[in-house]
Design a protein around this ligand. Structure first.
Ligand code: PLP
Length: 452
């Protein structure tokens, strides 16, 4: 991809306008210095100063087919010329086509699609459906999770971003999902972790009152919280517990879905079919905001004769749906899902493991497909995190130093707490992934200086 000719003046103007009027997510407005982006293509983006970055974040883990894929851009342009928008109560060709393509790829009988504008709204609506379907109120969600930033979604979220906005009134009960490296159950094997996590979940249900619980929501593979692949048998065990107590099982595939793990949906790795599945991000590589809930036949039937009390002005927006149809077509034609699996098995996974061998700051490497995390530690024996949980400012300096080193080497990294995630586009080339690994190698040497 090309890099635009440097134009620092234009970059400064873009940044000044941003600082004047754009209020940024998750940020202290007076302390941030957002990079002014001049353009992007494939796995790269560039600024106005002549710097090009390999994007190992896929935006916010959503540009699954990279930036500016010509076929998706063309499909959006074509749809804009044909029918740029139409209200959700009408049948529109591109909307039904997107729903069909998604339903054909989701597992089991998840055959009806409720469209939203993104992941959090998908979670809100999945919870509403589960409550109305069961007539129960409580929802169980895991610590070490992220489900979005709207009212119920942030309450369901297990990470510290919840703390400031938790209303405590959403009927949410949190439990520990399995994570062997920092086992909440002091397990030593995957099998122990699986058994103990399932016993803990069932205990939680018993003490909360099974007949009060509408749903259990889990990310199939928790993403933002650290890409923690569940042990074999865990999700099947949760499925069985849900069936036993009549609880709706919601899998949140907003981040893990659409090729990220090397399958269309991460649930396929574990042979489980949830009752509801949320998606967003990769469904159309984020070119136009889109998310949704895939609904099974039983829950869909609840709303056959009784109206579903929920909706959004832009539900199934034609531009977003056209982007989804084109993205799914591209993923089929270019075998993007298979490629993501190949990268995970043969390039990215082995490459990260090789880095872990050489860098004492790497405590654990986890992941699959193009969905990987390096957990960084001060000491491999004690597993003390390289920075404390929820560290900010000076306390987070080692991670900031790693980030700065990566950027100096042309890599835009994904950093969260004591982890750096490697989440390139599903269609990144082998050469691009290797380039990212080389930059990470250099950045990890900086992190190594903080080990003890
Ligand atoms: N669920 C999961 C698993 C996510 O990773 C995210 C976003 O990162 C969300 C929900 C929220 O999606 P959105 O930011 O589109 O509202």
């Amino acid at each position: 991809p090309h890099v635009a000719a440097p134009d620092p003046q234009a970059g400064a103007a873009v940044k000044a306008a941003d600082r004047a009027h754009v209020f940024h997510s998750w940020s202290a407005q007076g302390l941030i210095d957002p990079l002014a982006v001049a353009g992007a293509e494939g796995s790269y983006f560039w600024d106005y100063d002549g710097n090009r970055y390999l994007d190992f974040t896929s935006g916010l883990v959503y540009t699954n087919i990279g930036y500016q894929h010509p076929k998706v851009v063309a499909a959006i342009q074509e749809q804009a010329g044909k029918l740029a928008t139409f209200a959700p109560a009408f049948a529109v060709d591109v909307r039904s086509e997107a729903a069909r393509l998604i339903a054909e790829r989701t597992p089991g009988d998840l055959d009806k699609i409720f469209f939203t504008n993104g992941g959090a709204e998908a979670v809100e609506n999945a919870v509403r459906m589960a409550r109305l379907h069961t007539g129960r109120h409580k929802v169980l969600s895991a610590f070490r999770s992220y489900h979005g930033a709207t009212s119920t979604a942030i309450n369901l979220t297990g990470d510290p971003r919840r703390w400031a906005s938790d209303t405590g009134s959403a009927g949410v009960v949190r439990f520990w999902a399995p994570f062997l490296y920092r086992s909440p159950f002091y397990s030593e094997t995957e099998q122990q972790e699986c058994e103990r996590a399932l016993a803990h979940l069932e205990d939680t249900i018993a003490f909360e009152g099974p007949a009060t619980i509408a749903a259990i929501i889990l990310e199939t593979v928790p993403g933002t919280a650290g890409i923690m692949t569940p042990p074999p048998g865990y999700l099947a065990g949760v499925r069985a517990i849900c069936d036993k107590y009549g609880i709706v099982f919601v899998l949140d595939e907003v981040m893990a879905g659409f090729g990220r793990t090397g399958k269309w949906f991460a649930a396929e790795h574990f042979d489980v079919v949830p009752d509801l599945m949320t998606f967003a991000k990769g469904v159309n590589s984020g070119y136009v905001p889109l998310g949704g809930v895939a609904i099974n036949a039983e829950i869909a039937a609840t709303f056959d004769k009784r109206p579903y009390p929920g909706g959004l002005t832009y539900s199934g927006h034609p531009l977003a749906c056209a982007a989804a149809v084109a993205t799914i077509q591209v993923m089929e034609d270019e075998k993007v899902v298979e490629h993501a699996a190949h990268l995970g098995e043969n390039v990215l996974g082995p490459g990260l493991r090789e880095l872990a061998e050489r860098h004492p700051s790497v405590g654990e490497v986890r992941g699959m497909g193009v969905f990987w995390a390096l957990e960084l530690v001060r000491n491999r024996e004690t597993r003390e995190p390289l920075v404390p949980y929820n560290a900010a400012g000076e306390a987070a300096a080692p991670m900031a130093a790693l980030g700065a080193a990566a950027k100096k080497n042309g890599l835009w990294p994904f950093i969260n707490m004591n982890r750096t995630h490697a989440v390139p586009a599903c269609n990144a080339s082998e050469a691009e992934v290797k380039e990212g690994l080389a930059a990470l190698d250099a950045a990890l040497s900086v992190a190594d200086e903080y080990t003890a």
